[in-house]
Design a protein around this ligand. Sequence first.
Ligand code: ZN
Length: 451
Amino acid sequence: MLDYLIINARIIDPESESDFSGSLGIKAGKIDGVYRDYVALPSAKETIDAETGILVPGFIDIHAHSENNIPCAEKLLAMGVTTAVSGNCGYCAVDLRSFFAAFEKDGYPVNQLEQAGHSILRRMAGLFDINAPASVKQKEKMKLLASQAFSCGACGLSFGLEYDPGASPEEVLELSRVAADAGRFVSIHGRLRYLDDLDSLREALDIAETGAQVIYSHLVYMYNGNALKEAMRIITEYREKGANIWVDSGMYTAFATFAGSPCFEEKIFLNDDAETKKLRAASGKYTGEILDRDKYIEIRAKYPEDRLIYDPGKNDDVFTAYSLPDVMVSTDCMEYPAGQGHPQDAATYPYFFRTLVKEKRQLSLLEAVKRCTLLPAKAAGLETKGRLSCGMCADIAVLDWERLRENATFPGKGDPGAPPSGVEHVFVNGVLSIKNEKRIPGVLAGFCIKR
Ligand SMILES: [Zn+2]
């Protein structure tokens, strides 16, 4: 007998590229059967009527910062995300062994992968000056620590070179070679030494020469306007030469990061009030407010851990970014207290489907599902996720296509953590975690996935 039978669904499997009405059976955490409408159905302990809703593999967020915060992971779950790849932009859990052990013991709202983060490796090697290159000895130490992280189960190596601008190109390449040798991918938040710095894109893509698979992180947070188009041309040029390049992007051009980060340095924001007005506090005492010079100075000096959102005001660039083939959807979500944060954490996936598929018809539904499921599964080496055939993990979302839409918005305008409408049911490893749009309290069915 099945654990669950989901009937009356429009089933979309990106691997077989099929789209048909039918039913799906779940048993012991796996997909046990996918049935066309005309076959007899096995019995199940519980039958769920999808009411012609869309049944897809649970989404895989290829660029998240959800590893240490259950509310953050629950926002992902509410959008239909069942697996998140974290440890991005150079930052990861410091002690990976106990991190993975805690996951195995306690579970988590979603499945979670973790990378080794270059910035953390630098600190562990005793290098605290973000503007200094690593010494030979420090590089050797970092390489050893990276190898240890991979043998613990880290799925990749992440760089956040904008946050550690002192890292030398040799340091980046030597560490990437360690990842390549271990069969791990390298994800990179590029250096961006100045606005529209495309040389730093080439530096990131050149990592593929080490033999490593490269994931270029959150494309639309790095480039806008003509620079974005040029970046897409350069990525295409590298791909055509055979470089193993993957790209993810979010649904916003307005990005959030720590107020103290080099992204918000004084030489830009103290000299240009128009730039300061593009800043909105995502957390802390000014949450939701657009900054002026005085607030900028105060937050930068006193609250460097607070997050700011920088809005370049050109959100149509998001749609341009997805015109590049195989761009995967990602959130870049981070932990925030209730009422604070960035809508990317709770809106990205419904917003993606509402605009790119329903309204603009820029992507077919099948192609859009692929960018949230099969492609990131392949990028992260997940062979039993992102697909809907027998034996695959029962990570599943059922969507009410008519009602599917985001409700989260920027702080100051509304609630950045508001859950979406139309994400009806979500299973994680065969365990019902959201039913009729309601979180089933306390269900922590996600595993840590070690490589
Ligand atoms: Zn980043």
